[in-house]
Design a protein around this ligand. Structure first.
Ligand code: MG
Length: 169
């Protein structure tokens, strides 16, 4: 499963998407840790670096960048009270019946096929690592979209890793 992390040139959209994640407290290392959490029991000696390479490949996808740009923008506007009602309160309260945040996240999970759904459902229930912090409602921040997007990126990167491992065995 050797894959080198040759840094590929990032588009302006990819740079912006990564910047938004960083600004909201999510790093590539956080994402790699989630992938490791999901996959380490299936791959002996799984290195964090391998997880990170898969995260980088997922972040290079335009549909992932679009989901980040859209979701994080709505989170930020909600925090700044710049959305109209009733959407504003729905996002601020992260209402369970809303569901559009999950639909956007599924556009990411979809990219690498159906294992992604299992990973996404699992990590969304367990909320390890950075996901726990994003779900802390006491911070005054709004991460209604971001928490699902982060879980979806980890799930997609896990699926990619699993597919590649399978193909090389
Ligand atoms: Mg959410």
């Amino acid at each position: 499963m050797s894959e080198h992390n040759t840094p590929e040139p990032q588009s302006e959209v990819e740079k912006k998407a990564r910047q938004l994640l960083h600004d909201r407290g999510v790093t590539e290392d956080h994402l790699a840790e989630l992938v490791h959490y999901l996959q380490s029991q299936y791959h002996e000696n799984l290195e964090l670096e391998t997880c990170k390479i898969n995260v980088d490949r997922v972040l290079a996808k335009r549909e992932v960048q679009n989901a980040i740009l859209t979701g994080v923008q709505l989170d930020i506007l909600a925090e700044q009270n710049k959305l109209e009602e009733p959407l504003l309160q729905i996002l601020k309260k992260d209402e369970g019946l809303y569901g559009v945040d999950e639909v956007i996240a599924l556009s990411i999970v979809n990219i690498y096929g159906s294992i992604g759904f299992t990973n996404y459902g699992f990590i969304d229930k367990q909320k390890p690592g950075i996901l726990r912090m994003l779900n802390d409602k006491s911070t005054g921040q709004c991460h209604t979209f971001l928490d699902d997007i982060v879980g979806a990126i980890a799930a997609a990167a896990s699926s990619r890793l699993a597919h590649r491992a399978n193909n090389s065995e």
